[in-house]
Design a protein. Structure first.
Length: 137
């Protein structure tokens, strides 16, 4: 199994990015068509993936799990589908943040890892566009 490591600098405060990862409203703004998250250790996490442009369309996938670790607004670890997704936020002065995403246990082949890499890059691109549209907070 392979591990995926991605980083992106975002022009937003850590608290705003944290909100986009730890609320249903935040997650549905950039990652899935429906979401549930209870931001506490042992809290429920679920996200339905599909076409964000047509949220009422058929769901492509449903991922469910739980919050394994949380240190607001610095680190969040979500366990689902036999993996643990780790999200880390670091301040980047003067008004930005670095988002680091670590997702181990992805795929057995280069093709599978490439698919996950493209999916995560696309999702993080949507997050970046959302933040740019909002302006620096």
């Amino acid at each position: 199994m392979e591990s995926l490591e991605l980083e992106v600098d975002l022009p937003a405060a850590r608290d705003r990015i944290w909100e986009l990862w730890t609320t249903a409203e935040g997650l549905t703004a950039w990652l899935g068509v429906r979401a549930e998250v209870e931001p506490r250790v042992g809290g429920r996490f679920s996200i339905e993936f599909g076409d964000l442009a047509a949220p009422s369309a058929a769901v492509e996938a449903l991922k469910q799990g739980s919050v394994l670790s949380i240190d607001a607004p610095r680190m969040l670890v979500l366990g689902f589908a036999g993996t643990a997704l780790e999200v880390e936020l670091t301040p980047r002065p003067p008004s930005g943040s670095r988002l680091s995403v670590s997702h181990p246990g992805l795929g057995d082949t280069a093709e599978e890892l490439d698919w996950f890499s493209e999916a995560w890059q696309s999702a993080l691109g949507r997050l970046q566009v959302l933040i740019l549209r909002e302006g620096v907070r």
